[in-house]
Every structure is written in structure tokens, then in C-alpha cells.
Design a protein around this ligand. Structure first.
Ligand SMILES: Cc1ncc(COP(=O)(O)O)c(C=O)c1O
Length: 458
């Protein structure tokens, strides 16, 4: 997209934008929660829809002049209904500003302050907004890891654990996967009013039917947060919780490949309360430009090509897991059903933070992450989370994945020879070495060449 006005009017900002564009173009973005939106989506987000205030819902607004905004929001709702194959007694809200406010709105709608919620323990793959709190270790560097489940840590990090009593469940210590019998036991013991599934770093599909059964048994609502896999579910590549869970929340900017935002789907009786919780309970005017982008992205996700795209995201992630295994990388749960893999670096002896920085210097952007039964501090955890949505948007397939896996191995081999990689050497020293490493820069150059073969049409 051309930006003549920005370039003329605000050189300082334009320069920053150009640098970000170049980075997105010439580095490999492999952060599981990111994607690259189409020009049409970005055009809608940058449109005059951003100028209109429209507190309320279609045909029930508090400001005049909303006839076209009503059309826009209704269109987004209809598209979400169609894409996610909503039962006739389900409704949609497209106004949440993002995933965390969407989840909070559901809690506000259906619970009283201090009611109990039960979500997955964050280091095992759960999200902050699912009730994250923890007990710090005595030296305050990390969290006490060796517990099977967790009832209300002292450090209440998120609003979801400050205003509600949060109980957490963990993965099975051997398989690092959901342990449904254990989840059931915890639910029976603590009787939460709401059970939540979904995660930021959980590579496997969730048995929504089993979770609904558990929720039903203890009289809880069941909310499936599909922030990460929304696009895979829309494409039919992963199973859908729609019609099984009571409420489904999602962000729109990950595998679904829209701009930043969120959608809530729920049975109509619950949706009435959720709508009131979003507005006037939690938010003011909706971001109509975001809703416009989401409407465009939802249309794109209905196209047959999106199905092929989503299938390729998973194929690429599965191939990456296999390739990395051949280089001795330990893949948590042995593989993936989705768009992301978790790499346990314990056997390599160089952990998440240093390896992630070295990869960045080699042109590959990923994030360091905790893993199930984590024993290290969250600021320098044991694992890497690697995702394939963005590189699949570029058109990369298995052939390119093989090369990318080789680069992971090469980077690890390079830094394994460095004094600075040792655990007791400060990160700043490592960073300096990585930023000036000719060997890493050489890989970054090869990455750039590959990126040029799969250009983002910025
Ligand atoms: C499972 C899950 N839920 C909610 C969110 C929150 O989304 P946002 O960052 O848009 O608030 C995320 C974000 O990564 C997520 O992974």
C-alpha cells in the first residue's frame, strides 16, 4: 500500500514503519500467535469506519448516523455465523476489543465476583486470562512447579484471578497432554461455576465433548477459548466446540488471519447477558474499523483456498516437528495437531531466551516459552514455541520447512561453541556476541534470500 501522506507528514513515524515492513518481509516470522493479513483486510482497517462512534448494537445505538455501521456489524455477524456453522439458537458478538476483554466479558456476564473459574495452568499452555495466579519460589525467580493442580496462588497476576477465585488444572506429567480424569477430579473437588479450555502453547486438540460432560457433572458453564486454532476450526482442519461448549471465544488475528480483535459465540440465552457485559458493562464504542477488517477476513476464510491454507499450516508444523527431531530436538508431546510446536531445550543445555535471540539474529523470529511442568523462571524458560501460520501465508511448504529446520540446528551448533551460551554468563554478553556474529548473519542472509522467493505483497 502506498503511504504518500504519512511519508510527507511524519517522516519519523514513516521511517519506523519502513523498518517494520522490511523486518516482516525479510525475516521468517514463526510466532504461533501471529499472521500476515491481506491488503483488503488492511484497507478496511485503515478506512473511515474508524471515525464513527456507535455505542450499542445494530438498530439499538446511542448515536445518530449509524445506518451503515449497522450494515457493517450485521454483515460481520452473519459471516461469523456461516463460517463457524452456528446452530440457529446461537448468537455472535464481534465487538470485543481483543481476546482478553472477550474472556473477561464472559466472566462478567455469567458470574458474580469471587465465583470460581477453572482453567489450565499457564506454564502448561493456558492463558493469563484463564485465572492465572501462582506462588513464587522462595527466591522469587519462578513458580513452584511440582504440583498436580493449583488452587489460588498468592500472586494474582491477572484480573481473572483478582476478581474471581481461580483453580487451575495441569497436563499429565508423563504425556504432557490433557488428563481428563484429573480435570474431572479437580472439578468435582472445587465445583467451579465456569470451566475453561484453550491455550497459548498447547499443541494438541482438546476433547470438547469430554470437557462439556465434566462441566455438566459439576453444574458449570463450559467456555472453549479457541483463540489459537480458530482458523483451523473454521476450515474444518481441527474439531469445533461450537454447539458443544456453552460459550466459544476467539481472537481473530492468529490462524483466522484477520486483524486484531475477538469474537464471542454463545447460546442465545447466554449471549443476551454477554452482549450487556461487553456494552455497557466493559467497553464503550466498538472499533468499527476493526470489525470491518474482521468481516473481510471472515469472507476470505470461507473461500476453498483457505481450507487448503489451513491444512498446510498443520502439515508444515508436523513436518517441522519431525525434521527438528532428526536433529535431536525434543518436541513436547512428540508432535502437534495444530499450527504450533513446543521444543523442550533441556537436552541441548541452552535454554529459551538465548536460543530465541540467536535465532532472531539469524533471521528467524520465534518466542521463548514455558512448557508443561516447567522448572525454570518464565523470563528464561526451557522451551521455544514455534508456529507456522505466517510462513504458510507466504506459501512455504514442506520443502522450505526442511531448510528452516536445518537452520535451527545450525544456529544451535554455532552457539553451543560459545562461552557466552553458558548458564552463568549474563544474557547481555550473549546478546552482544549474537548481534555481532558473522555466522548468524550469514544464515540471516540465506533467510532473506528464501523470503525473497516468497514475498509478502506489502
Ligand atoms: C488462548 C488465548 N486466549 C486469549 C488470548 C488473548 O488475546 P489478546 O492478546 O488479543 O488479548 C490469547 C492470546 O494470545 C490466547 O492465546
Amino acid at each position: 500500500m502506498k503511504k504518500p501522506h504519512l511519508q510527507k507528514q511524519d517522516k519519523q513515524l514513516y521511517t519506523i514503519l519502513k523498518k517494520e515492513e522490511d523486518k516482516q518481509q525479510y525475516k521468517l516470522s514463526m510466532i504461533a500467535s501471529e499472521n500476515f493479513t491481506s491488503k483488503a483486510v488492511r484497507e478496511a482497517v485503515g478506512s473511515v469506519f474508524m471515525n464513527k462512534y456507535s455505542e450499542g448494537y445494530p438498530k439499538k445505538r446511542y448515536y445518530e448516523g449509524n445506518y451503515f455501521i449497522d450494515e457493517l456489524e450485521s454483515l460481520a455477524i452473519e459471516r461469523a455465523k456461516k463460517l463457524f456453522k452456528l446452530p440457529t439458537d446461537w448468537g455472535v458478538n464481534v465487538q470485543p476489543l481483543s481476546g482478553s476483554p472477550a474472556n473477561l466479558a464472559v466472566y462478567i456476564a455469567l458470574l458474580k465476583p469471587h465465583d470460581k473459574i477453572m482453567g489450565m495452568y499457564l506454564p502448561d499452555g493456558g492463558h493469563l486470562s484463564h485465572g492465572w495466579s501462582y506462588n513464587p519460589t522462595p527466591e522469587k525467580k519462578g513458580f513452584a512447579p511440582n504440583i498436580m493442580f493449583y488452587k489460588g496462588g498468592k500472586r494474582k497476576v491477572n484480573v481473572s484471578s483478582k476478581f474471581f477465585e481461580a483453580v487451575q488444572y495441569k497436563t499429565n506429567p508423563k504425556t504432557k497432554m490433557f488428563d481428563y480424569d484429573e480435570v474431572e477430579k479437580i472439578a468435582i473437588k472445587h465445583k467451579p461455576q465456569l470451566i475453561i479450555t484453550g491455550g497459548t502453547a498447547y499443541p494438541r486438540e482438546i476433547d470438547y465433548k469430554r470437557m462439556k460432560k465434566i462441566a455438566k457433572k459439576v453444574g458449570a458453564y463450559y467456555m472453549a477459548d479457541i483463540a489459537h486454532e480458530a482458523g483451523l476450526i473454521a476450515a474444518g482442519v481441527n474439531k469445533s466446540p461450537v454447539g458443544i461448549a456453552d460459550i466459544v471465544t476467539m481472537t481473530t488475528h492468529k490462524t483466522l488471519r484477520c486483524n486484531r480483535g475477538a469474537i464471542i459465540l454463545a447460546r442465545e440465552d447466554l449471549m443476551k447477558k454477554i452482549n450487556r457485559a461487553i456494552f455497557p458493562g466493559l467497553q464503550g464504542g466498538p472499533h468499527n474499523h476493526s470489525i470491518a477488517g474482521i468481516a473481510v477476513g471472515l469472507k476470505e476464510a470461507m473461500a476453498p483456498t483457505f481450507k487448503t491454507y489451513a491444512a498446510h499450516i498443520v502439515k508444515n508444523a508436523q513436518r517441522l516437528a519431525k525434521e527438528l527431531q532428526t536433529y535431536g530436538f525434543d518436541i513436547v508431546t512428540g508432535g502437534t495437531d495444530k499450527h504450533l510446536i513446543l521444543v523442550d531445550l533441556t537436552n541441548k543445555g541452552i535454554f529459551g531466551k538465548k536460543f530465541a535471540r540467536a535465532l532472531d539474529c539469524a533471521g528467524i523470529i520465534i518466542n521463548y516459552n514455558t512448557m508443561p511442568w516447567e522448572t525454570r523462571p518464565p523470563a528464561d524458560p526451557s522451551a521455544l514455541r514455534v508456529g507456522t501460520p505466517w510462513i504458510t501465508t507466504r506459501g512455504m511448504k514442506e520443502k522450505e520447512i526442511v531448510v528452516i529446520a536445518k537452520w535451527f540446528d545450525e544456529v544451535m551448533k554455532i552457539i553451543a561453541t560459545w562461552e557466552e551460551s553458558k548458564e552463568d554468563v549474563p544474557f547481555a554478553d550473549f546478546n552482544k556476541k549474537a548481534q555481532t556474529s558473522k555466522e548468524l548473519a550469514k544464515i540471516a542472509n540465506e533467510v532473506k534470500k528464501l523470503c525473497k522467493q516468497f514475498p509478502l505483497d506489502i
